[in-house]
Design a binder for this molecule. Structure first.
Ligand SMILES: NC(=O)C1=CN([C@@H]2O[C@H](COP(=O)(O)OP(=O)(O)OC[C@H]3O[C@@H](n4cnc5c(N)ncnc54)[C@H](OP(=O)(O)O)[C@@H]3O)[C@@H](O)[C@H]2O)C=CC1
Ligand SMILES: C[C@H]1O[C@H](OP(=O)(O)OP(=O)(O)OC[C@H]2O[C@@H](n3cnc4c(=O)[nH]c(N)nc43)[C@H](O)[C@@H]2O)[C@@H](O)[C@@H](O)C1=O
Length: 236
């Protein structure tokens, strides 16, 4: 990516988008474009089309999504499938229509079957039942990946997808009802210690210790990888 390239970061205030923004700024990219969800609601196809026409980005990082932990996914399955399908469909299609050179779509490791062999291989996708608590979100993510692949095959676009595990880092969501496990536990333990409470309530059976550790992927390496994927693949 040229340092002066017009780069659109969708979701620049979120955990992943803000890390990508910081990383690109560190690397000397000077022409970053971003809008809050209030300024540009990516569920609105016409607004997205108009934005791409006016802003003309060369590269797109698609880190805007409806995101949440197990409880949010399980409570709002309709919003999780609708909002994610709408956001990603509008952005990926507009990127194709407006000749975006490369797009990075943020998927999720929850696209793989619940009982998939470990370590997970890419070919295990669609090989079994998904985890029911976040199936609508996972289906939307799978649709996004397949949409990128379909546009690449038919139109020769260069749209790629990454599947991060459960992430934690700056600008994470610490809301106890909606957050992922890491920020939730940090907040719970922090508040319990501050208020001198003897116990902390952790959800579930308390047994998934192994998975816990595996999911504790730190944010900066993940987001460095996102910008490295964009950079490295372009030069090959
Ligand atoms: N966090 C994690 O553990 C993981 C995240 N991912 C994926 O990475 C991506 C980023 O996640 P993360 O950074 O955690 O999410 P956050 O919730 O931290 O940020 C999401 C961003 O999306 C934007 N957004 C949401 N809805 C809309 C909308 N309708 N129009 C425009 N913008 C919108 C928000 O913008 P605004 O702030 O302006 O409202 C926000 O900045 C997502 O695709 C997610 O599925 C994948 C695996 C794990
Ligand atoms: C990356 C992936 O992240 C999400 O999936 P998840 O990993 O299941 O979500 P989670 O982080 O909320 O939970 C991880 C585990 O932790 C346990 N757990 C214990 N105590 C708390 C607790 O206090 N809060 C939360 N949230 N979980 C807790 C919880 O019961 C579960 O077993 C997807 O929805 C989707 O967003 C996605 O893509």
């Amino acid at each position: 990516m040229e340092k002066s390239a017009n780069i659109y970061i969708a979701g620049h205030r979120g955990l992943v988008g803000s890390a990508i923004k910081r990383r690109l700024e560190q690397l000397g990219y000077t022409n970053l474009v971003y809008q809050t969800s209030k300024e540009l609601d990516l569920r609105n196809q016409r607004a997205v089309e108009e934005f791409f026409r006016a802003a003309g980005p060369h590269y797109v990082f698609l880190a805007a999504a409806r995101v949440g932990g197990i409880q949010a996914n399980n409570t709002y399955p309709a919003e999780f499938i609708y909002e994610n399908l709408a956001i990603q469909t509008n952005v990926i299609h507009a990127a194709h229509r407006h000749g975006v050179k490369k797009l990075l779509f943020l998927g999720s490791s929850c696209i793989y079957p619940k009982f998939t062999p470990q370590p997970i291989k890419e070919e295990y996708l669609l090989g079994g039942q998904l985890e029911p608590t976040n199936e609508p979100y996972a289906i939307a993510k799978i649709a996004g990946i397949k949409m990128c692949q379909a546009y690449n095959r038919q139109y020769g676009t260069r749209f790629i997808s990454v599947m991060p595990t459960n992430l934690y880092g700056p600008n994470d969501n610490f809301d106890l009802a909606n957050s992922h496990v890491m920020p939730a536990l940090i907040r719970k333990f922090h508040e319990a210690k501050r208020e001198n409470r003897p116990t902390v309530t952790v959800w579930g059976t308390g047994t998934p210790e192994g998975n816990f550790c595996m999911w504790m992927t730190w944010q900066m390496p993940a987001c460095s990888s996102c910008s490295i994927i964009m950079t490295v693949k372009l030069s090959t």
